[in-house]
Write a new protein. Sequence first.
Lengths: 483, 773
Amino acid sequence: MDKEIIEHGLTFNRRRFLSRLSLGLGSIALGSLLVPDLFSASAEENDLPTGIPHFAPKAKRVIYLFQNGAPSQLELFDYKPLLRQMMGQELPASIRSGQRLTGMTANQASFPLVGSFTNFEQYGQSRAWISDLLPYTSKVVDDLCIVKSMYTEAINHDPALTFFQTGAQQGNRPSMGSWLSYGLGSENKNLPSFTVLLSKGKGNSQGVYSKLWSNGFLDSIHQGVQFSSGEDPVLYLNDPEGMNRFERRKMLDKISALNQLSYDEFGDPEINTKIQQYEMAYRMQTAVPDIMDLSKESDDIIKMYGSDCMVPGTFAANCLLARKLSENGVRFVQLYHQGWDQHSNLPNALTGQAKDVDQASAALVTDLKQRGLLDETLVIWGGEFGRTNYSQGKLTATNYGRDHHPRCFTIWMAGGGIKPGIVYGDTDDFGYNITKDPVHVHDFHATVLNQLGLDHEKLTYKHLGRRYRLTDVAGKVIKGIIT
Amino acid sequence: MRRRGYYLLLAGLATLYAVDSCKFATSAASEPSIPDTVSYNFDIRPILSDKCFACHGPDANKREAGLRLDIADSAYKALKEHPGAHALVPGKPEFSEAFLRITSKDTSMLMPPPSSNLKLTTTEISLIEKWIKQGAKYEKHWSFIPPKKPSLPKIEDEEWPKNQIDYFILAKQEKRGLSPNPESDKERLLKRVSLDLTGLPPTIEMMDRFMADKSANAYEKIVDQLLQSPAYGEKMALHWLDIARYADSHGYQDDSYRSQWPWRDWVIHAFNKNFSYKDFLTMQLAGDLIPNATKEQILATGFNRNHKITEEGGVVDEEYRIEYVTDRTNTFAKGILGITMECAHCHDHKYDPFSQKEHYQMSAFFNNVKEVGLESVVGGPETYAKKPLMAITDKDIKDVLSFINKPDTSRLIVSVMGDNDTLRKTHILNRGSYDAPGEEVEAGTPKSILAFDKKYPKNRLGLAEWLFDKRNPLTSRVFVNQMWQEIFGKGIVKTSGDFGMQGELPSHPELLDWLAVDFMEHGWNIKRLMKQFVTSATYRQSTAVPAEKLKADPDNILLARAPRARLQAEFVRDLVLSTSGLLVRTVGGPSVKPYQPPGLWELASSGRGILKTYRQDHGTDLYRRGIYTFIKRTVPPPIMGIFDASNRDQCEVKRLNTNTPLQALAMLNDPTVNEASRVLAARLAVEKTSVKDKLTKAFRLIICRKPKENELALLNNYYTEQLKTFKSQPARAEKLLAIGEFPIPDNLNKVNTAAMMQVLTAIYNLEEAITKS
C-alpha cells in the first residue's frame, strides 16, 4: 500500500510538472495568445483549463451584439395591440403585482399604458412579428430564434449589465468571454481569444466599463482585449513614428540576444517566456492590421452591411470586423452598442438606434451563413433588461418614454446549434409578465456554454476557497431552443 | 557560442547539485507518503473541507442526511438515517460509514456522489483511513488558534542565518535536502532592496557608495537609509490602496470625479511616520469615534468610504446603501482578517464556521453611517465627496494636516465616516436581499475567531480594540503575511485573502507564528518588520534558478533561492521615469493624467460628468510616480491594467504577476518609455564621454549594474548599426526625437541622439530591467 502511494505521488508530481510545462509550450503552439505565469500559476491542478470541451460542441465561437441601455421590446419584437387599445389607461395593479420600480418612476402619480408608435407585421415561415423599425432583421427572421421571455433581477443599468456579462450583479467576476477563453483556449496564436468592440448611437447613453470584459480572478490571459477601428486598433500596437518593421525586428533581435544571456546566467524559465512574448507581440503587429484592413472586402459585402461599415467606430464597421475576427478564430467577440436608454423621447430616439443596428446585424447573420460559418458561430443580439409598458413622464399623442423593466424582454440568437426560425416564450397581453417558458440570465449563460460544449456546472474555478461558475449556483440549459 | 555556454552552465550545476539531488531523490519519494501521525489540520481538514463540507458542513440549510463532518461530536454520533451506524468510529475505519462510503464500489453509495464532479484520490483515502485508525481526532482550525512564539528550529548550517527568519527557512530546506543559494552580488541586491523598500531603483551615487563600502554593516546602512526615504511611504501605500480600493472616481455607470486623494496622502504620511499597525488601523476604522477626534483621525476614516458610490438616477436607495455596508464588511473581512465573509452574505458559510447571523453582526459595525444610497446624480464640486464628509481648509493644512499637498485654494471635501446618533437597526437579510430583512442582530464578531468581549463598546472603536486583543488569532498573522507576500512574491499563506479552511495552509506555519507574535511584541512596528525581512539571509540569496532546484521546488515554496519577480505596474513606470531623470519627486496631491491612448474615456462614457473626456496633463504632472496616476474606475489607466494593477473595484489583497505580449507592446511603444529613452539619450549626449562610457552609464542606470563585456559589445554594435542607418535616413531620426513633450536642446546631433535612443529603448525592454533579480 505504501509503495503504491509513493508511486502514485511520484507520477503525480511528474505529471504535474510536465503538464505545467506542456501547458506553457502547448499554449504557445496551440495558440493561446498569452502564456500564463507558469510557475506561479494561481490555479490549482484541476482548475487549469483543458482547452477541451466537456462534450461535442455545436458552436465554436460567439459574436455577442450587446445593445447597451436596454432596447424596448415593445417597439421591436413583442407586439401588443392591447396597449394601443388601452392607450393612456392605468396599468392594472393585478398585472404589476408588486414589481419594484426604479427611483425614476416610483413617485410617478400614474402609470399610463402606452402602445407602440410603430407598426408590426409577420415575417418568414415562423410568422414572427417584427416591427417596421427593423426592415432588414425581418428578412432574416427564419435564421433567428427570438426569445421573448428573457428576465433578469436587476432594475438598473450597472448591475443588470454586470449580471449579463459576469453572472453576478456586483463583484469583480470574470466576464462570459473570459470564461470561454478559460474553458476553450484560443484558436489563433496571433490573436487574443476574447476581443471587445465599442460603438455608440445618438440615443440616451449609458457608459460601459472595462470591468465588463475583465478576467476577474482568472488569469489575465483571459481578459477581453479592446479593439478599436481607430489608428491604434489594439493599445500600443503601433510602432512610434520613425520606427519601421525592419528596424523593429533588429531591435527585437538585440533584446532577445541580451535576454538569452540573462537566461544563461539565471536559468529562470520566465525569461524564456518573455522572449516568446516579444515574438508574439511582433506577430500581432502584423496579424492585427491585416484583420482590420477592410479594403479587400467585396462591394457586395459592403453593400450588405451598409456604407457605414467603412466608417471606423460605427456599429456596422464593428459587425464586419467581428466577422473577420471570428473567422480568424477569436472565440468571443463582444460588441457593445450604446444609446438604448429611452426614458423619454422614445419614438424619435429609438428610430435612430434601430437604424444604426438593423442592417448590419442582419448582414452579419447572412454573411456568416454565406460563408458556411453560421453553423459554428453563435450570434446573440439583446440588451440588459426590457422597458415598461407604461409611459415614464408625460404621455402625449406623439411622444413618450419607457422606464426599466426586468420582468420580460426580448433577445435573439442565431446559428451555433440554436433552432432557427422559432419564437420562444411568451408574455401577457400587457407585455408585462411572462406567461410561457421563462428564461433567466443564468439559463441563458448555461445554454450558451452548452452550445460551446461546456457544462456550466463543471466549468469552475477555485478562488478564495470557493469554486465559482459563470452561472453561480443556478441556471439550466434551455432545451427548447437548441437543435 | 551561446549554446555552449548554456551547456557548460548546466554541467556545472549538475556537479554542484549532485549531492543535493541524491538527497532530494529520497525525500521526494517520501514526500507524498502518509506521515506517521496524521494531522487533522494539515492533512485531513483540507480534504474534508474541499470535498465534503459543502453538504456535510456548517451550512445548516444545505446539510444532507443531517450529517456534519466538521464537528467531532456530530461525526461520532449515530447517523440520523441509520441509527445503527456512525460516520466515524475512532480507531475503526472498517466500521466508519464515512470511510465505507468513500471506498464504495457502488456508485449509488459512493461519496462524494459522482454528480458533484468531486473525487477523492487514493492518497486522500489512505490519509483518512490512517487518521480514523489513529483516533479520528479533530482540532480547531489552525488560524483560529492564537499564535504562540515557537522556539527556533535546530539546523545543521548555523553559519548561514542572519536572523530568526532564516532558522525556519533553512530547517525546512535541510529536511528536504536543499540548501540556500549563495548571497546575491551586491549590485543586484541593492537594486532589489531599493525597489522593495522605495519602489525606486538606486541612483548611481548609491551604487558607487554601496560597492565601495566594505564595512560589515554596509548593507544595513543602506536599508536604514531607504527606510527613511519619503519614497518608502509611497511604496508601502500602494498595497494598502489596493486593499482600501482607493480611486479617483465614484464608480458605477456615470463614474464621475471624487476628491478622495487627501486620504491617500495620509496613508503615505502614516507609513513614513511609521505609525504602528495598531494606530494606523484604529484611526482608519474608528478615528471619528476617538474622544476629541482630530481632523487627521477623521480623515483616516476615509478608508471605509473608498468603496464605489452610485450616481445612477433611479436606483433603489436602500439597495445601494446595503451594498456599501456589505462592501465595508467584505473589505474588513478580506483585507484585515483574511477571511471570506462575503460567503455568509446569503447563507451560512459552507466551509468556515461563520453563520449568516455572524456576517450581519459584523456588518452592524458598518451599518450606522449617516449616509444614503443615492445622494446625488452627477454634478458639480459638491458631489466630489458624499456625506458624511469633511471639508479641509487651507488653514487645516497649514496647522494640522501639513502632509496634504494641496496645489490651489479651491474647496476640498473628503468622504469620511460618521455615525447616526440613534443606532440604525441591523437585520439578517434573507438571501442577502436588501428587501428581505429577517431577525434583528446586534454588532458582534464570529465566535470561532474570538467572541466580542463585553468590555468593548459595540461600535467601530470596540471593533478596533477587538482586532488588537492579544487573543485575536488573525490580525497580526494576516498583516505579516501580506507584507511577506509583497517582499517575497507570495505569502507564507499563499491565499493571503483566505485564512479559512478552503485557503491554503501555511508553507512555514512556525515562521508565520513567530513573526506574528514578534510583530505584536514589538508594538506592531512596521518598519522593524520590513527590516527583518530584507536583512534576512533568505532575502539576500541570489535569484539564480539552478535546474535541480527548479525541478525539486518549481514554485520555490522552500525559498532555496530568492524569488525573481516583475515589478508591479506603478513601479515599472517609476523605474522608467526615474532612470531617465524625468521623475518629479513631489509627494502627494491630486492625481494626475499622463499620456494615455486617445478615445478610451470618451468611448466608454455615459457622456455625463467631468470625466467624460480625458484631459491629459502637461509639464511636471506628466512625470509623477505611478501611484499618482488618476484612476477612473470604469476605465482604469490601461498600461497599469496590462501590468496587473488592481482596477480598484473591490478590496484586493494580492495582484497577479503575468507575462504577456501586451506588456511587450506597451514597453516598446508607450510614449512614456520612448520619451524616457529620448531624454536620457539627450542627457548622455551632452556629457563629454566615450560611447562606451555612455552605454555603461545608461545600463547602470536602468539595469542597476555594470554591463558585462559581451553585453556592452552587443549594445555597442547596435549603436554603431543604428548610427549608420540614421545617417542614411535622417528623417526617421527627426520623427523619433519628436516623441513626448519634454524639451531637449535643439543643437544636439540628431542622428547620434536617435541612435542612442534606440539602444536605450532596447535596454528598457530587457527582462532584467523591470525585474527584481
